[in-house]
Every structure is written in C-alpha cells, then in structure tokens.
Design a protein around this ligand. Structure first.
Ligand SMILES: [Ca+2]
Ligand SMILES: [Ca+2]
Ligand SMILES: [Ca+2]
Length: 295
C-alpha cells in the first residue's frame, strides 16, 4: 500500500493561517501567566529607566562625582553619563520600563562602559526576572556567563570584606573568602577618602563572581595593560559590550532559560592594582535593549 505523506501544499492557505494564529495565542498566554512579561509599548525606552541600588567598593573615584548617587542616576534614559563601581565587588542595580526578551540566537543587551584597547575593566553582568511581579529586584539573580567561566582564577560565590582605613588617604585593606588579603592602594592623583562615606560600619562585605586577572600584563610597571575577555562582560571592549540572556547561569554554574529580564546588575569582576592607574574598576555608561534600539 502506498504510504500517505502529509502534503502542506494541498492545505488551503487560510487553514495554515488559522493554525499559526492558534499556536501563537497559546504561546503568548503561557508567557503572560508564568513570567509577568511587561510588554513594550509606544512609550517604552530602549534604555535603563530606574536605579535601585548603588553600592561601590572602595576606589579612587569613590566620594567624587564619578561614583556618587548623581553619577549612578546619570546613566539612566540614554548614554550621557558614567559611573565607577570601585574595586572588586562594587555594583549597581538598574531596571528597564519593559521586559527585555531573550531573542533566540542574538545578543539582547548592550552595556556601555569606557574601555579602550589595552584597558578593559571587565564587570560581571547579572540579570533578574521580576518573577513575583512587584516591580522590585527582590527575585533571583542569574550571572550571564562569559568566556572567563572555565579559566583558572574564576570563582563564583566569592566575597571580599573591606575595612575602613585609619586615615582618609590610607589604602583600604581587604580580606577575601579564601583568606587572601590585599589593599585598594591610594595614589597621589586622588586624595579624597577611598572608603565610601555612605558606609557607616567599619567594614562591609561584597559577594559575587571573581574574574581572573590573567589578561593583565604588568611587565611594564609604568603602564600596566588589561586585555579584554573574548565575550560576555561589561566595560570590556570599546563602544559597548553585547550580552545574551541565553547565557544565564544559576549559582551552581548551570544554564537556566529565561524568557526575558526586568533588572540588571553590573559588578566589578577583577581585583587588581594597576599601579598609577589605580585599581581595576568597572565603569558603566548605561545599557539598552538591543531589540528596541534604533540605529
Ligand atoms: Ca538572546
Ligand atoms: Ca520582584
Ligand atoms: Ca573602565
């Protein structure tokens, strides 16, 4: 007997259209119910619109106009500003006015910084869905993995405690969760306190992911250079860094699937003293939803 093969060419076009519409309705309703997707509207901005938290690590720009709340707000609604996050672990938490969807096979976000050739200061990018739909970043952070994940010196669930120094111009001592100690070294170019004046306790602890410092070349101490990672980090390459929501991982390093995200956190990823250039410190100049960005 001749085997029957379903031939789409014989199905009326109108029936195919009805089938496609039914499939898309089913998909859309499941997104809305399960993911609290906030759709793009005519008023939506491609850029960040909300600042939720700014918690810098000590650094040479702390307590200056490059690392205060005004600087943190300057990166909203476009690309006019810049904020410095200080040494390892300093971070900023920001939000969009809509859910940034994961477009399959494409990067979804661009994070602007001030990196240039030979001077990357890579920051780890974290993303969060507003799973409980309350408009606040009180859900689960997922790291966006990049090319450093499997390199020696990469560490998740890492933390550093910074201690208030004995004088305003003294270097800031740190101790990490591995028992290692060091200083965020003060320099002659920036003579204000490096320990954030907003911190009232005598020490504070930051937690996140440590990136390896293996791309840093200190063979010429008068000009230490920092080459970028291949992909996946903020303040890594000139012109901004594109990252993909599909690269989200959980605290075990396993991939997770997110339909979209509402909040991002950028966090300085490397602990390193760059000599007269000061500490490695990620700068953020804003971010945008690539699918909404007009050329
Ligand atoms: Ca994507
Ligand atoms: Ca929430
Ligand atoms: Ca920088």
């Amino acid at each position: 007997m001749k085997k029957q093969i379903f031939n789409y060419a014989k199905v009326p076009a109108v029936l195919i259209a009805v089938m496609a519409f039914a499939a898309s309705c089913k998909k859309d309703s499941s997104l809305t119910l399960q993911e609290h997707i906030r759709p793009v509207t005519a008023q939506s901005s491609p850029y960040l619109t909300q600042l939720f938290d700014f918690n810098p690590a000590p650094g040479q720009f702390d307590n200056t106009g490059l690392a205060d709340t005004t600087a943190a707000k300057s990166i909203l609604n476009g690309r006019q500003g810049l904020v410095s996050l200080g040494a390892w672990g300093g971070y900023i938490v920001l939000g969009f006015d809509h859910t940034v969807l994961d477009v399959a096979g494409k990067p979804d976000l661009i994070i602007y910084g001030n990196a240039f050739i030979g001077f990357a200061e890579p920051g780890v990018v974290w993303v969060m869905q507003d799973s409980n739909g309350n408009g606040k970043p009180d859900d689960t952070w997922y790291e966006l993995t990049g090319s450093a994940q499997y390199k020696t010196g990469y560490l998740r669930n890492y933390s550093v405690t910074y201690t208030r120094p004995g004088c305003d111009t003294c270097s800031v001592l740190w101790k990490d969760s591995q028992g290692k100690t060091g200083v965020v070294k003060t320099n002659i170019f920036h003579t204000q306190p490096y320990f954030p004046i907003g911190i009232k306790a005598n020490s504070y602890t930051l937690t996140g992911t440590l990136l390896p410092s293996s791309n840093i070349d200190n063979s010429n101490p008068s000009y230490i250079t920092s080459a970028p990672f291949d992909f996946g980090y903020a303040d890594n390459t000139a012109g901004g860094d594109q990252v993909d929501i599909a690269n989200a991982i959980d605290s075990n390093g396993d991939r997770v699937t997110l339909k979209g995200i509402d909040f991002i956190k950028v966090q300085t990823g490397i602990q390193y003293n760059m000599g007269w250039l000061g500490e490695q410190s990620t700068e953020v100049g804003g971010a945008a939803d690539l699918s909404q960005l007009k050329n």
